[in-house]
Design a protein around this ligand. Structure first.
Ligand SMILES: N[C@@H](CCC(=O)N[C@@H](CS)C(=O)NCC(=O)O)C(=O)O
Length: 184
């Protein structure tokens, strides 16, 4: 939506294993989401999807800064979302999907503590900035589904992280947020 493109979303129920069914494995044999189908082109992995959209629709509003240093910063932060925040967040999400009595409390606490460390880092990265990398970019986008999952699981970003909290409210106020996130 940020690029003014039309798309249709098919949500998969991961706990039910819909991403491991033959219909989806025909799209992504690795059995991971997300995947993008653009006519005959199929692209997997959120980072590669972002790059594909940027390369395919260069005239639409750019989602990567042009300045090389700022572009590198946007890419680094996108990588941080995938490689650092996501594994910690999954520790929480995996446990919270289980019935309360079956949750591994130690693993949950570990995930919660790791996420707080990531939030402290991200809060610092946002000091004095509206966006992670000078403009609304893939860096901001990469954190949005993760923080949405965190919130939908019942957590709130603590007041300890005012820069991150303010940024999160700004991200949720963008029309693309309501248009892209699940409504349940
Ligand atoms: N680096 C990949 C990560 C893909 C990934 O691990 N996706 C998760 C959900 S966000 C998934 O498909 N998990 C299901 C599974 O691993 O079985 C990306 O950014 O697209």
């Amino acid at each position: 939506m940020e690029k003014g493109l039309q798309w249709e979303t098919t949500w998969l129920d991961l706990p039910k294993g819909e991403h491991k069914k033959p219909e989806y494995l025909a799209i992504n044999p690795l059995g991971k989401v997300p995947a993008l189908i653009d006519d005959a082109v199929v692209v997997h992995d959120s980072t590669i999807i972002n790059e594909y959209l940027e390369d395919s629709f260069p005239k639409a509003p750019p989602l990567l800064p042009r300045d090389p240093a700022m572009k590198a910063r946007a890419r680094s932060l996108e990588d941080y979302a995938d490689a650092y925040l996501a594994p910690s967040l999954y520790k929480i999400l995996r446990e919270m999907r289980k019935p309360e009595a079956e949750r591994d409390r130690e693993r949950l606490r570990e995930g919660e503590q790791e996420v707080l460390k990531h939030f402290a880092y991200l809060d610092g990265q946002l000091k004095g900035r509206q966006f992670f990398a000078g403009m609304f970019s893939v860096a901001d986008i990469s954190f949005i589904p993760q923080l949405s999952n965190y919130e939908r699981t019942g957590y709130k970003i603590s007041d300890e992280f005012p820069n991150l909290k303010g940024w999160w409210e700004r991200m949720k106020a963008r029309p693309s947020y309501a248009a892209s996130m699940p409504t349940d």
